[in-house]
Design a protein around this ligand. Structure first.
Ligand code: ADP
Ligand code: MG
Length: 352
């Protein structure tokens, strides 16, 4: 073989080997690199600093999240994807660029720009898909392919998406809950509702404000949810927890004690919306696929799937078996990585 031929082969080899998969979530960004697995899992937060009228990136991810709600006037710590959609594409691009650099390592083993597969919500329009694809190219990719999030979640959870067998996956993220039925590498049904971890956090804050006259921050509300949040109201009040915030009456810092039962009450409406989304998906699924779902059950992914007793609540509501995927928080990125590596899944990758 001549030198040119060898170069071509080398290039092909490089482009198939050095693939990275990005799950750009509203709360967390997770990156999978071929042969290395999950290399990055950080909050989708970026802190921007304005000096002399010029805005530049200060820090991203783990370093930026603790700044939320605590920044001086010239620094902004923001979540560019807050409501399940990209609020600010330029800022999102900066974030992707920083995360990609971090995942690869600045002088990493990638001599060239990496091939990237990035996840998109299945309800994304063509315009949104093109925007994220362009942003990822601008962030330094050599080639960008897209994968629908529920498909990536299902592959990551090990569901049989290449077979003529229906599988239902419910991915509960920060901004949205996506319910999908997959079969033969395609999406037979999908719907997205604007309920996720963020709304549950808000429900906790507003409950504590109304019933205890205490203002708490976003991060405190999330900590309460992780510690004692539950989808089923415990009969005996359950566990209790101390929470600090600002007293709305006298303005002073204050601490109160709350119970698992009251938090479950506060979460009931949001949990109800998740239940309804699953029910309407089941109602709209073709009978042959429904039969498969009876056998296979429902798989929950995303951080929201970790809410206490959510699997049980959904199982009681649907009469089906419901399980939380292993690695619920990383399985979307793992599935996208697998789709990039394994040709059996090539049919699930698209371009806008
Ligand atoms: P996204 O894909 O939108 O980035 P994730 O799948 O990373 O979202 O999930 C993030 C959400 O999961 C957050 O709202 C977070 O509070 C929630 N979460 C993570 N762990 C738990 C837990 N143990 N209990 C309840 N919610 C959780
Ligand atoms: Mg997600």
């Amino acid at each position: 073989m001549n030198t040119r031929g060898r170069t071509v082969i080398k290039r092909l080899f490089a482009s198939t080997n050095h693939g990275i998969a990005i799950d750009l979530g509203t709360v967390n960004t997770v990156i999978h690199v071929r042969d290395r697995g999950i290399v990055l899992n950080e909050p989708s937060v970026i802190a921007l600093e304005t000096i002399g009228g010029v805005r530049r990136v200060k820090v991203v991810g783990d370093e930026a999240k603790p700044m939320m709600g605590k920044t001086p006037a010239n620094i902004q710590a923001i979540r560019p994807l807050r409501d399940g959609v990209i609020a600010d594409i330029d800022v999102a691009e900066q974030m992707i660029k920083h995360f990609m650099a971090k995942a690869i390592g600045r002088n990493g083993r990638f001599g060239r720009r990496p091939q990237v597969v990035i996840c998109v919500p299945s309800g994304s329009t063509m315009v949104e898909r093109r925007a994220i694809q362009t942003a990822t190219m601008n962030a330094g990719a050599s080639r960008v392919q897209l994968i629908d999030e529920p498909m990536a979640a299902a592959i990551g959870a090990g569901l049989p998406v290449t077979e003529p067998r229906g599988a239902m996956v419910v991915d509960i993220g920060g901004g949205t809950t996506e319910v999908a039925v997959l079969s033969l590498q395609g999406i037979a049904y999908s719907s997205s509702v604007r309920i996720g971890g963020d709304k549950l956090d808000e429900a906790i804050s507003s409950h504590i404000r109304r019933h205890h006259n205490l203002m708490i921050g976003e991060m405190t509300a999330e900590r309460v949810k992780h510690a004692i949040g539950s989808a089923i109201v415990p009969v005996d009040g359950g566990r209790s927890l101390n929470v600090k915030g600002r007293d709305l009456v006298n303005g002073r810092p204050a601490e109160i004690t709350i119970t698992e039962a009251e938090i479950a009450d506060a979460l009931a409406e949001g949990v109800g919306q998740i239940k309804s989304a699953v029910m309407s998906a089941l109602e709209q699924t073709a009978p042959e696929l429904s039969a498969d779902i009876i056998d296979e059950g429902i798989t929950l992914t995303g951080g929201g799937a970790l809410l206490g007793q959510l699997d049980q609540a959904l199982s009681e509501h649907t009469g089906l078996s419901v399980s939380v995927a292993d690695n619920a928080l990383t399985c979307v990125a793992m599935g996208a990585g697998k789709a990039l590596e394994d040709h059996a899944y090539s049919g699930v990758l698209t371009t806008a």
